[in-house]
Ligand binder design. Sequence first.
Ligand SMILES: [Zn+2]
Length: 322
Amino acid sequence: MFHRRVLAVAVFFVLLSAGRAQAVDDCATKPFDDTSRIGEYAADEGLPFQFPMDELFMESAEHPARFCEWSYPSDDRKYHAAEDYHQPAGTPVYAIADGTVSFSGRMGGYGWLVIVDHPQFDIYSLYGHLSPSRWRIDAGTEVEKGETLAYLGDDDENGGSVAEPLVTHLHFGIRVGQRNNYPGQGEWRWQAGWIKPCPTDVGWLHPSEVINAQEVPEGGVPAPHGGLWEVWRAEIMLTGIYVLAGSVWLFFGTRRRKRVMLLLGGLSFIATGTMFHIRGMKAGVAILLFALVYATILGLWFARQRGSDEQVRGGASGVDST
Ligand SMILES: [Zn+2]
C-alpha cells in the first residue's frame, strides 16, 4: 500500500520534470554579419545576391533586433527569425536576388508584407513593415536582383498605428524552401517573425551571412516542412505522455476505488497544464483540456458510486426493519 503511494508521487515528479527539460536550449543570437560590401554586391550583376537596401543601419536608431535574438520575458521566450534594418520611411526595398513575388499584402503586425520565391536557390526572402500607401507590387510579378519591391512604411502604417507607432524598419528574413512549402498561417509558418522554436530548426537562415557568402550554405540546413509533428514534436509527445498516464491513473483508480488518489491526480493535471500554459507551451492547453475530460469522467463515476452506495444502504435498512 505504502510503496504504491511512493511510486505514484515519483511518477508525478518525473512528469513535472519533463516540462522543465523543455526550457533548456542553445539557440544563440547571431550578430549581424559584415555589411561593408553592400554597394559592391548591388553593383555587380554577376553576383547572385545583394542586400535589400542601400544602407541598413542608422546611427541614431535604437538597437535593431538580430537573428535568433530573444524576446522577453524569458519565460515566454521567442526568437527573431530575421534581421531588422533601420532606415527612414520611404526608403526603397530591393529584391535580394532574381525571383517571383509569391505574396504581397497586408499581414497583421507587418503592415504590408512581400515574399519573393527564389527557386534557383530553393529559398524565399521575406520583407516586412512596408508601406501600403506608397506602392503595392502584385503577387506573381517576376523580379530581378535589385528591383524595387516596396518602400519602408511610416510608423503608423507599417504594422504600427497612430496610437502605437512602430519604429520604421525592414524585417528581413531568408528561409529554406518556397513559400508554398509552409502552408497556412501561424507563428512557425511562412510569415513567421518572432517564433517559439529556434529559427534555425525550422529552416530560417542567417540573412546577412547568406548575402555575404553569396550562396546558400550547403549542409546543415534542415529540410523545409510544414508538418505539425516536426515543429511541435516535443509538445505532442508531452501531451501524449500526460494523457496516457492520466488514462491509466483513471482506469486503475476507479477500479480500486481510490477516491483521494483520483482527486489528487486530477488536481495534478490542472496544476501541470496551468504551469505549461503560463510558460507559453501549447501542451498546457492540451493537458488542461484532458483535465476537463478527466474531471467529467470522474464526476460521472462519483455519481454512480453514490448511487450504488445508497442502493446498498437502502437494501440493508430494508433487512433491518423485518
Ligand atoms: Zn523584425
